[in-house]
Design a protein around this ligand. Sequence first.
Ligand code: DGL
Length: 261
Amino acid sequence: MSKKIGVLDSGIGGLTTVKSLQELLPGEDIIYFGDNKNVPYGNKSKDEILALTLKMIDFFKENDVKIVAIACNTISTLIDSYRDKYEFPIIDIISPTADYVVKTGLDNVAILGTEFTVNQASYNKLILKQNPDIDIISEGSKNLAALVDGGKFDDEETKETISTHLSNLKSKGNHKNLVLACTHYPIVQNIFLSYEPDLNLINPAYQQAKAVKEILSGKGLLSSKEKGSLNIYTSGGPDIYTKLIERLELKNVGQITTVDI
Ligand code: DGL
């Protein structure tokens, strides 16, 4: 039995979940889909996001997956609309992170995500349901995901955008824990830390990978292989993937294939 783990995102950001999966589950075969033709999703309507998401999950259905990780916060806010349409488990990225915030005993947390994610307020709801005393502030970004997806990992524009978001958050409260609530953001976490080295950055991709491991283990579906594979599919071009694979030091990369779904 060697079914794959499917990981999807609007673009390259979900490779942060792949990075954590490769650390926690090195024997798993991973298939990735990034919808780079349509990124960013954060400025689209709910119906547009849902239609694009179903196409990606259908692609995984045809490609023999045993589980799907929605490595996109924006798409994860809509999980209740599509999770039960498929036979395999579909894991969002928000609930494992909200659980982590609560279980760690944090009393304050800032959320930085796309405007869609922040407007949906899924983090707030899931955290406050478990502990109404946690102090939460949030900030939506119109363009940070697109800058990162465009490969602007070290550009002035990206630095200025992050600096503005950090100042906006500061004016809302002096919260020292920051959830990077868009999977594109951990790719440039060095910039966040260059402005505020004491920030406790929370990377949802790691929490999601831990949740995937727990679910596969609970179902007896973990791979028994020593070395897994990574095959990447995108509706865009391969160059940005090559660049990020190097930056994240991803392993066992096979093909990067452009497909239209
Ligand atoms: N990686 C997506 C997220 O986590 C990016 C959103 C977008 O495409 O705007 O929200």
